[in-house]
Design a binder for this molecule. Structure first.
Ligand SMILES: Nc1ncnc2c1ncn2[C@@H]1O[C@H](COP(=O)(O)OP(=O)(O)O)[C@@H](O)[C@H]1O
Ligand SMILES: [Mg+2]
Length: 427
């Protein structure tokens, strides 16, 4: 029987906690910092997810058997290195390997070196050099701040002028601080985006069902970019043939690269893909579970998550058979008024319990707090409501039926999660 620590406090971590608590191997789960919704299923600890010294102290004192890290920042800052040095078992890449997410230029260099298909690019060391490089990129281009920027550091630019302006904001105005000391300019790829996550023990990759998320705030992909407003899995776009293609052209060289660089990567790898007419290409790596992709992938997992994570940590993944349900899952994110610019806090959230009782429904709490024994909004993305069904339509109907039972002042959500995919399926 194991004691587990989950680091983080969003909808992703709620889904992780729920999957772990279904395991026969688990005795106790802590979540740091967790949230008011997670508190019903795990003991929340008032330690921030990037406070590595206090997390380490806690894990030692409580004799935590396995730690799972949700967000990227503690991974990029070396949580795994510190825990391993203290003899603690942890799922996640070391600091060196986490640079695959922590630095876009580093990731691009890794892709180039090991032949992983990706957009052409140039690494920009300073603004002056950037303006010079841009004269050779006349049309559309994509400008990226090198470091972590909470999903805001990338802009798809329609013209040279627009690219130059964003590059100026990143490198001279330093709107993302040190994350913009270096930048990357990329060729703009055309196609549909998809996410493939995989368990990775450094030697073997075990793919999870492919998913697609919805980045924009409003229906029909309008409005500002967000952390993600909804997702579904498996994504019909990723046919078995395409999955085989992804494993041959991306998984294989990725593993080869890990080994050649001696990266200790025992965690979750997330491939952000563009499915182009020339085949799948990697837009970015994340070195952890996606949010909200986790909220549609984990409900489909039939095997014991704890056993998988242990196998990841102990490099036994090749001997494991992971079972996935044949169903579809679709999640709708409910966001606070004012999200993403300035979400309103402290609004009473009603109907969570009723919604969660629906057949084939999972409600995951993200920005949920407690005031006077009531649940209130406490962040931008408040809830992720997942429907699970034997067809795409059933999953979608179940999710939206559950959403209709939930309310808070200024609640925002997209009505068209999965709409395009459903249309494509019916053709
Ligand atoms: N080369 C590219 N071509 C077209 N679109 C891109 C390209 N790179 C990134 N994008 C778009 O920008 C989004 C964010 O880029 P990404 O590299 O995933 O950075 P992050 O998630 O760290 O913000 C992608 O989801 C995609 O929509
Ligand atoms: Mg991304």
């Amino acid at each position: 029987m194991m004691n587990i620590l989950v680091v983080g406090g969003g909808g992703r971590e709620h889904a992780l906690v729920r999957a772990l608590s279904a395991s026969k191997k688990v005795k106790k789960i802590w979540c740091a910092p967790g949230n008011a919704g997670i508190a019903a299923e795990a003991e929340c600890v008032a330690v921030k997810s990037d406070d590595i010294p206090r997390l380490l102290k806690f894990a030692r004192e409580k004799k935590v058997d396995l730690t799972l890290v949700g967000p990227e920042s503690p991974l990029v800052n070396g949580l795994v290195d510190h825990f391993r040095r203290a003899g603690l078992k942890v799922v996640g890449p070391t600091r060196a390997a986490a640079r695959l997410e922590g630095s876009k230029s580093f990731a691009k260099e890794f892709m180039r070196k090991y032949g992983i298909p990706t957009a052409r690019c140039e690494v920009i060391p300073n603004f002056r050099k950037g303006t010079y490089v841009l004269t050779r990129w006349p049309g559309r281009s994509v400008v990226k701040a090198d470091g972590l920027a909470a999903g805001k550091g990338v802009k798809v630019c329609e013209s040279q002028a627009e690219a130059k302006e964003f590059l100026y904001d990143v490198m001279e105005k330093e709107i993302f601080g040190g994350a913009g000391d270096t930048a990357v300019i990329e060729e703009c790829l055309e196609g549909q985006e998809a996410t493939v996550m995989a368990f990775c023990d450094g030697k073997t990759l075990a793919a999870m069902p492919a998913s697609q998320d919805h980045k924009r705030l409003l229906d029909n992909d309008r409005g500002p970019n967000t952390g993600g407003m909804g997702a579904y899995a498996p994504a019909p776009l990723i046919t078995p043939d395409l999955q085989a293609d992804i494993e041959a052209t991306i998984f294989k060289p990725f593993l080869k690269g890990l080994q050649a660089e001696s990266f200790d990567f025992r965690g979750i790898i997330y491939f952000g893909l563009m499915i182009t007419p020339q085949g799948p290409k990697v837009l970015e790596f994340n070195v952890r579970f996606g949010d909200p992709e986790t909220q549609v992938v984990l409900p489909l997992l039939e095997s014991d998550l704890t056993e998988i994570l242990l196998a990841v940590a102990e490099q036994r993944l090749s001997g494991l058979r992971i079972r996935w349900s044949k169903q579809t899952a679709l999640t709708v994110v409910l966001a606070a008024a004012g999200y993403p610019a300035g979400p309103e806090r402290g609004r009473t959230v009603k109907g969570i319990r009723g919604a969660a009782k629906g057949e084939g429904v999972q409600v995951y709490c993200a920005g949920v707090g407690e005031q006077k024994k009531q649940w209130v909004t406490a962040g931008g993305r408040v809830l992720a409501v997942t429907g699970i069904g034997s067809s795409f339509k059933e999953a979608r109907d179940r999710a939206y039926k559950a959403v209709a039972k939930i309310s808070f002042s200024g609640m925002q959500y997209r009505r068209d999660i999965g709409a395009k995919a459903m249309e494509a399926l019916s053709r």
